[in-house]
Design a protein around this ligand. Structure first.
Ligand code: SF4
Length: 459
């Protein structure tokens, strides 16, 4: 994980490279447009969103009940179930299972939970060879980077850069950038890894309390390959992944792929209920890692409804231009900016401000999380915790005073309009006014809106 620094500083490199920033913006807007086409092709889209939101609200409200039901049914189906209070406990449980099986090589399909827990790092430090089998994840793993997006982990990397990485690690031709050629090379490379993998680790998209089954969605079939060759499957899931009944699942699978990549359905939606045969094992680890704390917050609890589709990132004007690494969090974008401060408000205090409050994230969220309202609420919390920088606190206190005193506001407006007309540029554009770094000051109007309105009232 990159060191945590405030969002504006972390975003600087990306936004001051206009080529990369524009290309990233366009790539994600393309995905967002595909999502719009899919959403508008379903007349029942809003009904599905409403239903999904209600199912999640009900499940999270009755979480203990559904977790117990899930555990009982998963055990009855032959799985072993573990509970991990935090990331360290989760990582230890995984390591313990690997040690019991004397395993040194694992294949792992995409799982943001294992990213959150820093599992790869922990296993590698204990001598385990971890291979991420999702193509994007494998690219960032070879480059020793972290995913910059929860669905499209390598979206920040251009195909020419993938060519360089594959040339260095997989021996492909120098200068190759043809996606088909590179994908074929990755496929060959990963086939060998699948065959050598002794244990398969996957994330979980949905867990069904009624059956004790889990569902993993991928577009590459890597979760299926990674769990069908090895005899042992370890599934790592956050406790919020539950849905009560099998029949609830269709609501979410219809929403997930459409919201994520603009596809009607993910290419592979794999169901696992118990181990696949008598010689196989299925281990399911239920991880809290701060989720119970989030659940206890009436303001931010709805963030637990997230199904990690990434739609809020694809639409966010800040994310699209500043890139996922600028958030310095496992989950970036609008939902990450809500989740990260719940873990550590001081380290992530800049994230709720990495937002224009345009509300586009809330509009696209398939489970109707009021993301921009939550980001605004976070700003209030941060002010209450006195975590804003002193300069901003003083400016906000002065602004609040100004807005509460109409006469002072009118006088300040008149002075502002006059001085902006006569002041030389260096007085408005200098290092103390960060707003002006990439902006010109607007031309001041001749009169205030209040005057204008008074003159035109009744016309
Ligand atoms: S908050 Fe909503 S839009 Fe964003 S990733 Fe989660 S489910 Fe998708």
């Amino acid at each position: 994980m990159l060191p945590i620094v405030e969002h504006p500083a972390a975003a600087k490199e990306f936004v001051t490279n206009p080529d990369r920033s524009r290309w990233h913006d366009r790539a994600l807007w393309f995905v967002r447009s595909k999502r719009d086409l899919q959403a508008s092709s379903l007349p029942e889209w809003e009904y599905l969103r409403q239903t999904a939101s209600q199912i999640k609200t009900h499940t999270i409200a009755n979480l203990a009940h559904y977790l117990e039901q899930f555990e009982q049914n998963a055990i009855a189906a032959g799985a072993k179930v573990y509970w991990a209070e935090d990331a360290a406990e989760h990582n230890e449980i995984v390591l313990q299972i690997l040690r019991e099986h004397r395993t040194s090589r694992i294949v792992k399909s995409k799982s943001m939970l294992t990213e959150e827990c820093g599992l790869n790092h922990h296993l590698e430090a204990n001598g385990i060879d971890v291979v991420d089998t999702d193509l994007g994840e494998r690219i960032v793993q070879l480059r020793k980077e972290t995913p910059s997006h929860i669905v499209l982990p390598a979206i920040h990397i251009k195909k020419e850069e993938v060519g360089e990485t594959f040339h260095e690690h997989l021996g492909t031709e120098a200068g190759a950038s043809d996606p088909k050629y590179l994908t074929e090379a990755a496929r060959g490379h990963l086939r060998d890894k699948f065959l050598a993998g002794q244990i398969g680790i996957t994330g979980v998209n949905f867990a069904i309390a009624e059956t004790g089954g889990i569902v993993v969605c991928t577009n590459e079939g890597n979760a299926d390959l990674g769990t069908s060759i090895p005899k042992v499957h370890i599934a790592c899931m956050g406790i919020e992944k539950l849905v009560p009944r099998q029949r609830d699942l269709g609501v979410f699978t219809r929403l997930l792929a459409r919201s994520a990549t603009g596809q009607p359905i993910t290419s592979y939606t794999s169901h696992f209920i118990g181990p696949k045969d008598d010689q196989s094992e299925l281990h399911i680890i239920l991880v809290d890692n701060g989720r119970t704390k989030l659940r206890s917050s009436p303001t931010f609890r709805a963030a637990m409804h997230c199904i990690r589709c990434g739609a809020c990132m694809n639409t966010c004007p800040v994310y699209r231009r500043s890139g996922g690494h600028s958030y310095r969090a496992t989950v970036p974008g609008p939902i990450g900016s809500v989740l990260s401060p719940t873990r550590d408000p001081n380290s992530y205090k800049s994230l709720p401000y990495a937002c224009s409050l345009c509300g586009s994230c809330s509009d696209v969220c398939p489970v109707k999380i009021p993301l921009h309202h939550q980001l605004l609420a976070w700003r209030g919390e941060l002010v209450g915790k006195k975590l804003l920088p002193m300069g901003k606190r003083v400016a906000m206190t002065l602004a609040s005073h100004l807005f509460r005193h109409p006469r002072l506001f009118t006088t300040a407006g008149a002075i502002g309009r006059l001085s902006l007309r006569v002041m030389p540029r260096w007085m408005t554009h200098n290092r103390f006014n960060k707003w002006s770094i990439a902006r010109d000051m607007p031309k001041p109007p001749q009169e205030s809106f209040r005057n204008w309105h008074r003159r035109h009232r009744g016309n």
